[in-house]
Design a protein around this ligand. Sequence first.
Ligand SMILES: NC(=O)c1ccc[n+]([C@@H]2O[C@H](COP(=O)([O-])OP(=O)(O)OC[C@H]3O[C@@H](n4cnc5c(N)ncnc54)[C@H](O)[C@@H]3O)[C@@H](O)[C@H]2O)c1
Length: 270
Amino acid sequence: MDLQLTGKVALVTGGARGIGRGIALTLAGEGAKVAIDFASRADAAAEVVRKIEAGGGEAVAFQADVGRYAEVDRMVGDVLKRFGRIDILVNNAGIVSRKPILEIPLEEWDRVVRTNLYGCFHCSRLVGRHMVARGGGGKIVSISSIHGRVAKANLGPYCATKAAIEMFSKQLAVELAPHRINVNAVASGTIITEINLPLYQSAKPEDVEKRTAVLHRVPWREIGQPEDIGRAVAFLASDAARYITGAVLYVDGGYTADGTPRLPSGAQVP
Ligand SMILES: NC(=O)c1ccc[n+]([C@@H]2O[C@H](COP(=O)([O-])OP(=O)(O)OC[C@H]3O[C@@H](n4cnc5c(N)ncnc54)[C@H](O)[C@@H]3O)[C@@H](O)[C@H]2O)c1
């Protein structure tokens, strides 16, 4: 792809590993300079920086917990000091909690909402203000999930925050359209990363059953890779997507398109 991102500056939150790492590498591969936000894994962020530099690109890691407004404010200031501008913001940082709504501790609910929804709000507000003040447009892409649309037991705050991110993104798209800032969401299907590695590496029969069920639920019959999300983000971050704003792009191997549940081969219908 030549998406003409050369010279653009992208900030990717949670860019040290998983999908964020895939997004950072893809954007760098398209010529963007990348600011990688990380919460605590300085070593992993440094590895992504090294990989981008080894490929001839430019990247710098910045620490900030996206759930804390003051930290994001400081981090955005640091990115602007280093690169002078931010053209692309990718709200990727996110956490999951796997507990029933009736049992989840209040502080755990709060942590998921703070990271996933407030994080998206904090970064979009601060970078959005910069984009508006600077003029010349910009791109904001937020990573949602198939579970912003399709519920899943025991993922209560996760599903609720992802649905909220999609509406937040549409709302911001409407407010920022006069400034020619595109705001979109990518609803990711299942991608193997550290967020779900315990499930994918577990030998427990119930976990094997769960992941077999996920695979059979995906019409493409594959679990996605971080770069699948990276390429969708790069497209939305480019002027090839000039007239796309307020959209939710499903990158899920057909998961949300398919209303027909399939049984794993050999499964018995009672
Ligand atoms: N992996 C999947 O199957 C999947 C599916 C749909 C959506 N997503 C979404 O994609 C995004 C990335 O997920 P992933 O699978 O790569 O997960 P991951 O756990 O591998 O990576 C998440 C990254 O976010 C960072 N992070 C967490 N809390 C943070 C905070 N408060 N401030 C800054 N950074 C923080 C982590 O340090 C990590 O680098 C998340 O928003 C997730 O909800 C993932």
